[in-house]
Design a protein around this ligand. Structure first.
Ligand code: ADP
Length: 798
């Protein structure tokens, strides 16, 4: 029998009522009647049949129904008899039922089988399988139809369910991310089914010929072939499900990893006839695993080889893995720490300190934390470590494990403690040192200055917090460059030192000398700049300066003495020569005098010469005595109002005999103001100047004497046109016994006392003497004396 389709369309029927079946008519049957033979027997059979039966008129009215029919459609006989067979029919099937009735009546269809739905009074739907046969009269007209009704609701549900599940399986098989296959063992093994992915994964096509087991094995990776062949062998022996993972050459030629699982399938005799199998593409997973394995082994190698100790713990801090370094650090045998609560390793005093950090870690507030703590070692001692705790989280943020990195910092801690101790020692040293210690940053800011700066410089310490240029104001202007140079000298040379001395203006207004030693400590942690050591050297410096001055003074005195000594010995030789000249003349002429006694004219001449030379001697002795008198303070001055014009006039008259070869010019200011002085001494001074003018103008020339008033003084100057004086000699010619011994001047006789006498006289008058000269262009000596006001003069004269 071929089932109807689900929409209930008729397909065919063969086994039930035929055209000539005669069914008893309606109206002849009474319920409860005893069973007679013949028609009654049919009636009884009809009534009690297990199958629902009804007789329906050509117009579709119930002529008769049996109990089973009534039960199936959920209605009583009374409710059906004489009513349309449409009464119990499901509304959705009414149209089709009507159509069939028409066709049957018109003789267009014969007996048929159809599924039809009924709706019960309680709204339940019943699916019935109808077997309908027409009964005709001899003329071929439709008399009525006989209907056999079977309730196939349950069967239908099961069938639908099966159909659905089959469909589901089909969809599953075809869409599964696996290739499903069936390998038939007969004829050397042939794949009689391969799901859609089979070809993709194996590269084997199901058409036109089904692939063989040998075809399949040819696709297996050579490295995996032996394994696969062995598994195949063993599976045929044991006939058990097998699982094996290997590489296959896929359709696109690439090797892919597959997980192959297969189940034996047996025939009724228990013989294995085929294998059902799946090929699961595990390539990605495999790659992932490979990567994981690699990263895990990398992790492990890092874990084991790391210089710091490492431990993995469960989220509740139980140790699951330790690195050898950690074991060694804490003095445990390898693996001895596994299973131990990590907290057991923390020094009891440090547990509390970590609690808030762990809390923050747990809430996700921080990703990891780092702490310095003490760890308990196996032997009971403790060790300082820096521990970094990092939770390892899954993609949802749940903690999978906790990684702790543990670094031994005991050496650092010891060094720190030592540093602290030494630092406080050094601090004490620095702070109590009278020397100033300062640290200056590369930007030249003072980042530290010791308290001694307060005393040393006198200013509040804040003064030195100002910028470089501001600080420089306190440095002596002559020393600033030196101090700047200090920076330049060490600036780019870590470790280098430079030293200078510079003055600082102290708060008390005085200058203090300091020695500045600057060292480049840019690379020294804690300094990172320039270290300045400043020492007060004021006393030393003053002593040095004082000594220097004293030395210079002594040196000058010595030089002076030496010069005087030389001058004196020169003088002695000069004086002996100078004295000898007039004495020789006197001696000689006194002898002539005796010889020429008879000749009075010659006697007079000789006597005049003797007189002249004696006078010269006398003058020289006078000069010496004069100098000596000045030195001894025995010089007395006869002061009165003097007009220098008078002095000039007198001296010019007296000296005229010796200036015969020269032209003497007097340029006297008639309004010359008077001065206060000793007339004779002033005359003596002017005589010396005029004498020199004559002596040092060997070629003659004019000698001009000028007088003039000046602002505060009166001036008399003597100008000649002689040999002049070299610039280098201008200063010293006024000193005693100083002479110019070179050139023409050296050949002129003299004692070197003339100008020094002039200067002494002028100075004793409160005046001054100066000279202007150039070699070969003559000289001009000027004496200036304080002048007297008219009133004074009148008083004097009055
Ligand atoms: P002296 O006895 O040597 O002349 P002075 O003291 O009078 O001693 O002069 C010192 C030196 O000054 C002289 O030796 C001479 O060299 C120089 N001097 C003085 N007056 C003149 C002058 N008018 N022209 C050039 N040189 C002069």
């Amino acid at each position: 029998m071929v089932r109807s389709t689900r929409d209930g369309a008729v397909t065919s029927s063969s086994t039930h009522a035929t055209r000539d079946t005669v069914v008893p008519g309606a109206g002849h049957v009474t319920p409860g009647m005893s069973a007679p033979l013949g028609e009654d027997r049919f009636r009884l059979a009809f009534q009690n049949a297990a199958v629902g039966m009804s007789i329906v008129s050509a117009d579709g009215m119930y002529l008769d129904v049996n109990d089973a029919y009534c039960r199936i459609v959920g209605r009583s006989r009374q409710e059906l008899l004489g009513h349309s067979s449409d009464v119990p029919t499901h509304p959705d099937d009414l149209a089709a039922a009507g159509r069939r009735r028409q066709q049957m009546k018109a003789g267009e269809i014969g007996p048929y089988v159809v599924e039809k739905r009924y709706i019960l009074p309680d709204q339940q739907v019943v699916i019935g399988l109808l077997n309908v046969s027409p009964v005709h009269d001899v003329a071929g007209n439709l008399l009525y139809q006989t209907v056999h009704l079977q309730d196939i609701t349950n069967q239908k549900l099961v069938e639908n369910a099966r159909h659905e599940s089959e469909e589901q399986f089909r969809v599953l098989v075809e869409h599964a991310p696996a290739a499903i296959y069936r390998l038939e063992l007969g004829l050397g093994g042939r794949f009689i089914y391969g799901g859609p992915l089979f070809q993709t994964m194996t590269g084997l096509s199901m058409h036109p010929r089904r692939p063989t087991l040998a075809d399949f094995l040819a696709r297996v990776h050579p490295d995996d072939f032996d394994r696969v062949a062995a598994a195949d062998q063993s599976a045929s022996h044991t006939a058990r499900t097998f699982d094996i993972e290997y590489r296959l050459k896929s359709e696109d030629g690439a090797w892919i990893w597959v997980l192959n699982r297969a189940w034996p399938s047996r025939n009724a005799d228990g013989m294995i006839t085929s294998w059902l199998g799946v090929l699961l593409d595990t390539n990605e997973q495999h790659m992932l695993q490979e990567t994981l394995r690699a990263s895990e082994s990398r992790f492990l190698s890092v874990f084991e080889a790391a210089g710091v100790g490492m431990a993995l713990t469960t989220p509740d801090a139980r140790i699951t893995l330790t690195s050898p370094v950690l074991d060694r650090l804490l003095g445990y045998a390898p693996g001895a720490l596994i299973g131990m609560p990590a907290d057991n390793l923390v020094h009891p005093d440090d547990v509390a300190a970590q609690a808030p950090l762990r809390q923050q870690l747990a809430t996700g507030e921080i990703g990891s934390f780092q702490a310095e703590q003490r760890c308990q070692r196996a032997d009971g001692t403790s060790i300082w470590v820096e521990v970094t705790v990092t939770p390892i989280r899954d993609s949802d943020g749940g903690v999978l494990a906790v990684l702790a990195q543990v670094q031994d910092i005991s050496a650092r801690k010891e060094a720190e403690a030592a540093l602290l101790a030494s630092e406080s020692r050094f601090r004490a040293l620095v702070q109590n040192d009278p020397d100033v210690v300062a640290i200056v940053s590369p930007a030249r800011e003072v980042t530290y200055i010791s308290p001694s700066a307060r005393e040393a410089f006198g200013w509040p310490l804040e003064t030195w917090r100002h910028d470089f240029e501001y600080r420089m104001r306190y440095v002596h202007v002559e020393d600033r460059d030196g101090l700047r140079a200090l920076y330049q000298q060490v600036h780019d040379r870590p470790g280098a030192s430079a030293v200078t001395e510079a003055r600082i203006r102290h708060a008390d207004g005085g200058w203090r000398w300091f020695q500045w030693i600057m060292t480049n400590r840019v690379n020294t942690p804690g300094i990172s700049g320039f270290l300045m050591n400043v020492r007060d050297i004021t006393e030393r410096k003053q002593a040095e300066l004082a000594t220097g001055a004293a030395l210079a003074a002594r040196q000058a005195a010595i030089e002076q003495l030496e010069r005087m000594n030389q001058a004196k010995s020169r003088f002695l030789s000069t004086i002996s020569h100078e004295f000898r000249t007039p004495l020789t003349a006197i001696t000689g002429y006194s002898e002539y005098l005796t010889e020429n006694a008879a000749n009075p004219a010659l006697v007079a001449e000789d006597a005049a010469i003797i007189n002249r030379e004696a006078n010269r001697l006398n003058r020289m002795i006078g000069d010496l005595l004069f100098i000596d008198g000045i030195d001894a303070g025995r010089m007395s001055f006869n002061l009165r109002t003097v007009n220098l014009n008078d002095v000039v006039t007198l001296v010019a008259r007296n000296i005229r005999p010796i200036v015969a070869a020269h032209e003497l010019v007097l340029d006297l200011d008639p309004d010359l103001l008077p001065t206060m002085g000793d007339f004779d001494r002033l005359a003596q001074a002017l005589t010396n100047l005029l004498g020199n003018a004559v002596k040092y103008s060997p070629d003659g020339g004019a000698i001009t004497v000028t007088t003039a008033n000046r602002q505060q003084s009166v001036v008399v100057s003597v100008r000649d046109e002689g040999i002049g004086i070299a610039a280098k000699d201008l200063d010293r010619i006024f000193d005693r016994f100083e002479r110019v011994e070179t050139g023409i001047a050296g050949r002129v006789a003299g004692t070197g006392l003339g100008l020094s006498i002039v200067r002494e006289i002028v100075l004793l008058h409160g005046g001054d003497i100066s000279v202007e000269s150039e070699p070969g262009k003559g000289a001009c000596f000027s004496i200036s004396l304080p002048r007297l006001q008219h009133a004074t003069m009148h008083d004097e004269e009055g």
